[in-house]
Design a binder for this molecule. Structure first.
Ligand SMILES: C[S@@+](CC[C@H](N)C(=O)[O-])C[C@H]1O[C@@H](n2cnc3c(N)ncnc32)[C@H](O)[C@@H]1O
Length: 233
């Protein structure tokens, strides 16, 4: 009798494991900065604090505060500094991130906000149901292959809106130059690039789109937030 065969992990399982370990490590060593109060590495970067975060919160308040009864899903919620400021705009709130240690920390830190925190890989796992999907400064960290997996996943949902925030170079640029999944963004490429889901090789075809916010980051580029309407009803 031969040895019992152990099942090979699927491509999806491998991807989930690699992404979880990679971003867990980013937070473990505080690669994007440190939380000064807790003195730990659970800090999602300069885009999640200060004027950039405040402008985003304001833009979402303007868009959603007069639309009661909506459920939101935050895809790549990070340290939840931003999410905690928009939580009250929505009736229900699911916040997902691929880094399990971060989700565990968020669960404790934000226990009073009635948020359903889930450790989940948006490229590999089914996406939770909601009306509004928020995805802020996440895809900029994914390779084009991983973004395609995310888009495949997104097609299986019935989200009415996708609120997408990405770092872009200032001025004209060639979008979607490929990069590796990890802590850096396409602004580090030469020449710098950024993710645009409606441009090749991607094929998002929203019913309509409007730019909610362009926040300048001097010497770096802009943080652009676009509201994509995904369904016509
Ligand atoms: C720069 S942070 C932004 C966090 C938050 N959205 C914000 O604006 O403060 C990017 C986040 O995306 C998460 N992330 C990266 N790849 C992911 C994936 N495949 N699935 C879910 N989350 C992912 C990272 O762990 C990280 O917390």
């Amino acid at each position: 009798m031969g040895k019992p065969k152990t099942k090979e992990p699927s491509g999806r399982d491998k991807r989930r494991r690699i992404n979880a370990a990679g971003f867990d490590q980013v937070y473990k060593i505080g690669l994007w900065g440190r939380d000064a109060v807790a003195n730990d590495g659970f800090f999602s970067g300069p885009g999640s604090v200060g004027a950039a975060a405040a402008a985003y919160v304001q833009a979402l308040v303007a868009e959603f505060s007069d639309q009661p009864g909506l459920a939101a899903v935050d895809l790549g919620c990070g340290d939840f500094r931003v999410g905690s400021r928009i939580r009250s705009l929505f009736d229900g709130y699911i916040a997902c991130d691929v880094a399990p240690s971060l989700i565990e920390r968020n669960n404790g830190k934000y226990a009073d906000l009635d948020v359903d925190f889930r450790a989940l890989d948006i490229t590999s796992d089914p996406l939770p149901a909601a009306n509004v999907a928020l995805c802020r400064q996440v895809l900029q960290h994914l390779s084009n292959a991983d973004i395609r997996f995310f888009l495949r996943n997104l097609r299986k949902t019935s989200y009415r809106w996708l609120v997408l925030t990405e770092e872009h170079p200032a001025g004209d640029f060639v979008p979607n130059q490929d990069s590796t999944t990890g802590p850096n963004t396409r602004l580090h490429l030469e020449p710098p690039s950024g993710v645009v889901l409606t441009e090749p090789p991607f094929d998002l075809r929203p019913v309509d789109s409007k730019v909610l916010l362009e926040h300048p980051v001097p010497g770096v580029g802009i943080i652009r937030t676009t509201l994509h309407r995904l369904t016509s009803e």
